[in-house]
Structures are given as C-alpha cells and as structure tokens.
Design a protein around this ligand. Sequence first.
Ligand SMILES: [Zn+2]
Length: 490
Amino acid sequence: MDRYDLAVIGGTVVVPYGGTFRADVGIRDGRIVAIEDEIERQRCDDAVDARGKLVFPGGVDGHFHIGIYRPVSEDAESETRSSLVGGVTTVLSYFRTGSHYLNKSGSYRDIYPEVLRATEGHAYTDFGYHIGIMTSGQVAEIDWLVGEMGVASFKYYMFYKGLNLSSSSTAGTAYTMSDVYDLGHLYRFMEAVSDASRKYGGLGRISLSLHCEHAEIIRTFIDEVRAQGLEGLEAYSKARPPFQERLAIAEATLLADVTKCPINLLHLSSAEALAGGKKARRDYPDLDIKLETTLHHLALTYQDRHGIQSGKVNPPIRSQQDVDALWRGVISGDIDEIVSDHACCTLDMKQGGTWEGLPGFGGTSLIYPVLVSEGYHKRGLPLERIAQLASAGPARNFGLYPRKGTIAIGSDADLAIVDPELAAPVTVERSLSAQDHTPFEGFPVKGWVSETIRDGHVVFKDGRAIGPPMGRYLKRPLGAAIAPTAKARA
Ligand SMILES: [Zn+2]
C-alpha cells in the first residue's frame, strides 16, 4: 500500500478549470501523487487536517519587486515570507538595471548571476525573474537569457522615456541608465522577444510585460495638478489620468502586433485601461494579449481613509467606478491574472508627499484572503476562478504550468489551505513583511490562509513561517511535461 510523506485530509479541493470537490491529497518527494476520496491517516507520516477548509493550488504571485528599495537578500527573505501568509508559493519578480535595485547598469551576463546568488538561500517561495531590457546592448542578450538562464518574460516601462522631463531634460536617462529608451528601443526589444518566442515557445510561453502609462501626458498633467496646489491620492490619480493608460496601451499593442510579440498588459487600474486592453484584443485578434490587475486596484479607492504616503503607487489607486469596472472584467473572464505588485517600501522611504514620496507597497500576504473575501463571499466569484486568477493563470502566462498552478498528479506539492469562515481585519503584524504600514490596514477580510505547503512541507501555520528559506530558482519555461520523479527534477 502506498505511503505518503504528507496528506491533506478532509478538505474541499479547488482545481483550476476542473471544479471544486471533496478529496484528500497525498504527497511524496515534493510531488502530488494521489487525489483520493479518502486517504487513511496510517498511510501518512504527517497530515494536515483540512476539514471545513478549501485546498487551493499554491498561489503564483506574478508581479513582485524583490530588492527594488532594499538589499536583494534581505528583501527576498522578509517579503517571500510575507507571501506564505497569502498562500503564495511561487513569486515572479521584476528586475531591471538603472536606479533602485542594484543601482547600476551593464551586461546581464555579469548582473543576472549576481541577482540569482543574492536571492538563492533567502527565498521562502520558489522564484523566477522577469527582466527589464534597458539598453540596446541588453537586447542582444535576450536569446541567452531565455535559452541559458531560464528567463521567459521581460518588461518595458512605457512612462520612463519622459521621466522627470519637466524638471530636467537628462533626468530620464540618469534614472534608466540607458543609451536610448524609447519606442524605437521597444520595437527592437519586441522583435527579439518575438524571435525567442518562436525558438523556445514550444516549452512554454515567452512574453513581454508592459507598464502602460504615457510619458508625455503624465508630464503635462502633473505640472497642471501641482500648479493647482492639489495633494493626496485623488490628486495623484488626476495627475496620471486613466486615459493616458489607454493611450500607452494603444501604442504598445500596435507595436506588438507589428512584431508579433506575445504581451502582458500589467496592473490595469481603471475602466479606461481595461477598455483599452479589450479593444486591443478586438483590433488584433491574432495577437497574444494577457490582462493583469492587482489586489489594490480591486480593493482600494482614492476616497479611502489611508493617505497618499501609504497608498501612493503607479498606476494610482482610482475611483469606486474603476474598482467596479475591474471586478466586472474579472467576473466576465477578461482579466487573466491577479497579482500583488509587491514592493516593500517603508514609511520613511515614502516621505515627500504626493509628488516626491516613493511609489509602491506590499500586498502578497493578501492574495487568497482578499480574493476569497471580496471575490467569493462578496461577489459570488466561483472558487475555481479564484484558483485560475491567483495560480493557474500566472503559471501558464509565465511558463510554469502544469508543474505549478494546479492540483494534479505529478505537479509540485504547493498548496494553500484557506479557512473560508475565518474573519479578521488586515494588520501590519499579520503580514510578516518588513514593511511598517499597509494601505489595507483595517480592511475586513473573511477567508484567511491557515496553512501553506511548499514542496510537500508545511511552511506557514498559526500565523508563522516554518523552517529556513528553501525556495528554488525556476528556470522557465519549465516545459509542458510533468517530470515523473522528484529525482528527475532540474
Ligand atoms: Zn510593479
């Protein structure tokens, strides 16, 4: 009779694209090896009692910023620990050369191994990196990054080319540390990603992610709103108005269609941005376009009581109408993935008011809790769809599926056990992050994670992380096949 290292017993299993059913899950050597009506306790070395609870595939937080404002190793440790609180077992983090992060530019042949060394041994979750190609020299490294280093996704920031143009004509170049960073650069970048997609795409999706905000429009509106003396989250939203997201989307998607480059439109924040994404799908029916939004754009508005210091982020927190439009996009199936855009940024870093404070904050500890609370309980979003948005969607989009992103025989034993009735407000302490504030403070949540399992081990329980950070680097694309034994794993 088969024995198991660990079994999850008595729970309701939520399988993306499969449905929700009562089953026990048996785990051996870090893999899921049995999904049965009943696994006897005597056949398992260890067991998790999941009676009354939901068993989700471990979350794949597809938008993260390890090391953006703090040292990479330190940030990896505290912030992937925070991920476990949200049921997240894999994070895909953005990295680029230029200001912040390692605060330097150069060849990724030198810099990327340094980033991996700094992360390895410090992550509680499995991890991978999306890479920002910032210089023309780095465009030539894309084939090497995909083929040798396991980078299946890249990033371009539409608004960097006009950064700080109103105050200094050279500030943008100083920030990106690039030779040229404009739509011409993006065109060459997309061509190279498109080539890599044709060459390596059989093993999983290769894509380019886009932060779609429009440099020139932001510059004009920031000048105007500042001149009016306005401050705060609503003013900040006004200074980066929703239509400029849509304009940036229109430019980027046209170039993607011309170069046949698979793309992800990141963190859509508004009704306008979502409409722009949907229009691009109609205009370019053969183009591979994925749409992403964040927890904070689904949960917070600029009218909430948290202020600009805690809540400043790009693109900004919007209005209640925008929140409602994004939820309609989630429920209709237009949105493919929901992420945190986690960037640990403490209050002292966020000083400087509406215009000078650093943007960004954490949210990875809330992925499943907020989706179960705001999606399932409040809006009737099916549990199976939550598993798609938080796990299977990002896993497929970024070359990890089906080893990650589902509950199936042979998949990695990464699971999030959620107590759907456990209600408590969000607090900083609960997040296990190094961040000393959260714009979600006091946000009511029903549906907290009780245990997180990664690689067949319980790594989060009773509000605490367990064991040393053992997360592994994932060379993507992982390939469509699920390896038969743990020993066969790379
Ligand atoms: Zn981001």
